[in-house]
Design a protein around this ligand. Sequence first.
Ligand SMILES: [Zn+2]
Length: 236
Amino acid sequence: MSSQNVSRRSLLAAGGLTAAGAAGVLGLAAPASAHPTEPPAPTPTTALNRLIAGNKRFYKGDARHPHQSLKDLHDLASGQHPFAITLGCADSRVSPEILFDQGLGDLFDNRVAGNIVDDLLLGSIEFAIEEFGVPLIVVVGHERCGAIVATIDAIENGGEAPGHIGTIVEALRPVVEPLVGGPGDVVEAAVKANVLAQVQALFDQSEIVREKVHEGALGVVGARYDLDNGKVTLVG
Ligand SMILES: [Zn+2]
């Protein structure tokens, strides 16, 4: 599938967020809470807004570190209701709870170097969708990703990565290879292309994702994290 299609699909998913919000969630809003003080269930739009607001607190130096007390731990011991699923890189600088200023029970994290969808991670993501009704998946790539750099190096210089590292390089190769030798910052272009490719892979490989997005119950967005200033920006 062309990158144009990837882009369109990604935008479609993001556009769905806006439409759902504007239309008062089109009958997909949380059912009236039995408990008047209980907040309404998050929608794709409110979940994304919550992440964006948390990231803003983080990069402005106003992080609240919510839901990280012993009381939160005890409250969550019997169950969880995460409001977003992340697919991010294992890089030590891109911990989702920190860069989105969230806490225990908020995010269902899936992390692997290069933020790549495979069968195991897809099973994990689908589990969160089915089990907890999570309304948002965000694929988080990041600036100067080492997995991307290693893949570019393997393409440019040949040779094989040791051990199982080659599995990551080979998974990224189809996304990265067309960009090598091109103009501009190839690492940056590949980071963004990979985010879009993994968003597309979620659609292509998961019937559950496709159905939930079609119903308006799930949004899927791609994002890039800036290592220099801490900002997360949507890609698509
Ligand atoms: Zn990385």
